[in-house]
Ligand binder design. Structure first.
Ligand SMILES: [Zn+2]
Ligand SMILES: [Zn+2]
Length: 457
């Protein structure tokens, strides 16, 4: 469980905050609406989902880093009962199967048994009065994707089902059923869970993974039935991030009676109309009706043909090559930002401190030109600049250093509350400042200590 001290829970929807309610209409289905203004930086949702690891160094169930790499579970989760084959990764190749099986074991056996005896649950046609991740009802309210059921006829899946059903013979609940009804019960419950997970499951990346923009293995996949109530918009007004198996959403400024809208992975400021449409159709299976999609709007600078920034950044023999290349990129084009990220990844980039500092500055200006002014996307460049600003080789004035620190703190706080991995050091700096005053010496050396910590992450 991740503690979010500033979060004020809703009486009827414990994973949502007290400033919202859940409504329903024909066009949107269920949606979350603000009952009062929700200032920027307010936590609006904290949901511990039902997750399974993808990266074996994370606990199968709660995604903590396991102390012993050969164990599937962390110490807290050892007692959790479910056939070991799943936790040990023996069915990892079977796509959604692992998550669906885990869902079957995450809800009380009585709920699963009654699910199987009734007809398939229907998606809701009104707003729920109360709902929590812990209710199996929350899963049934997700829109199913029945096509996935077909995939379950594959021999590999049928074999996996057979093995799990056999191992359930000794279970105190499942063991009471004879083998045929045990197989039927498990198979039907598994199919229903898979249908609910197919288009609603989330791939989980840590904050560090998202900011480094490297192609690592995700930590996990999981279902967050309450967070799934948030609809998508290409111009969202909330932003979400993961801390292990907990999905946290923060307001980016929402007015009373406005719908709370998240981005499912594409935004107007980062993707063309065509990219957005293709992504949402294939990944989430719907057509976006947000204002910019309705008008089929794209930012001109995003429409330019894609170059290959990675190749350019890797192959450039010296920095001058890249600098002159960047000058030809149209202002506001995302290509420049991609190039800078790829460039920062080069092992020799550290020797060009001053230049890379200027590059991150360009990154921010470029993104701002496209309309991105206050966004988690800017955290990385600001953190990088703050780290570099205290380097002697970067001729950065005190005034600029301080303003960088302030913006970085603000971004960390308003986008990630206090849960960004760097926040701890920011707090440390703040406390030290309070305790020792801000005479010019200490206020200059403390950021250095803080920033050294940042670079060690
Ligand atoms: Zn665990
Ligand atoms: Zn849209």
């Amino acid at each position: 469980m991740v503690e979010v001290p500033s979060f004020r829970s809703n009486e009827h929807f414990p994973q949502l905050c007290d400033k919202v309610t859940v409504k329903w209409d024909k066009k949107r289905g269920r949606f979350v609406e603000a009952i009062e203004d929700i200032p920027i930086g307010t936590v609006v949702c904290v949901e511990t989902g039902i997750t399974v690891n993808v990266d074996p160094q994370n606990c199968y169930r709660c995604l903590k880093i396991t102390e012993n790499a050969s164990f599937a579970y962390c110490k807290n989760c050892e007692e959790f009962y479910e056939p070991d084959e799943i936790a040990c990764g023996e069915f990892d190749e079977l796509g959604i199967f692992k998550l669906a099986a885990h869902l079957v074991f995450s809800y009380p056996f009585a709920d699963i048994a009654s699910l199987v005896q009734s007809s398939d649950p229907e998606p809701p046609s009104c707003a729920p009065k109360a709902l929590s991740t812990q209710d199996i009802e929350a899963i049934f309210q997700l829109t199913p994707f029945p096509e996935i059921g077909e995939a379950f006829k594959a021999p590999a899946i049928q074999n996996a089902i057979k093995r799990i059903v056999e191992s359930l013979e000794t279970d105190e609940n499942w063991g009471r059923l004879d083998q045929i009804s045990r197989t039927m019960t498990f198979t039907k419950a598994l199919r229903i869970m898979a249908e609910r997970s197919a288009k609603n499951a989330h791939t989980i990346y840590s904050i560090e993974q998202i900011e480094s923009q490297e192609d690592n293995l995700p930590m996990a996949t999981g279902l967050f039935p309450i967070s799934s109530i948030f609809n998508h918009s290409c111009t969202p007004n909330i932003s979400g991030f993961f801390v292990r198996n907990t999905f946290i959403f923060v307001s980016q400024g929402v007015r009373a009676r406005e719908e709370l809208l998240d981005s499912y992975g594409v935004t107007y400021h980062q993707h063309t109309f065509e990219q957005r449409t293709n992504f949402l159709a294939s990944v989430s299976g719907f057509i976006c009706h947000c204002e910019s999609c309705f008008k089929m709007k794209s930012l001109k600078v995003l429409e330019k043909p894609k170059k290959y920034p990675e190749t350019i950044a890797t192959n450039a023999s010296c920095f001058t090559d890249i600098t002159s290349y960047t000058e030809n990129i149209p202002r506001g084009s995302k290509e420049l930002e991609n190039l800078i990220i790829a460039f920062a990844r080069r092992p020799d980039s550290e020797t060009y401190t001053e230049l890379i500092f200027q590059f991150w500055k360009k990154f921010v200006e470029n993104a701002k030109f496209r309309g991105i002014t206050y966004d988690p996307y800017l955290v990385r460049p600001y953190v990088e600049m703050t780290i570099l600003a205290w380097n002697k080789e970067v001729g950065c004035e005190n005034e600029e250093k301080m303003s960088l620190l302030i913006v970085t703190h603000r971004l960390l706080r308003n986008c990630y509350v206090d849960l960004h991995p760097l926040s701890e050091y920011v707090r440390y700096y703040g406390d030290a400042e309070k305790n020792f005053g801000s005479s010019s010496n200490s206020s200059m050396s403390l950021p250095i200590r803080m920033l050294t910590k940042l670079t060690e992450r």
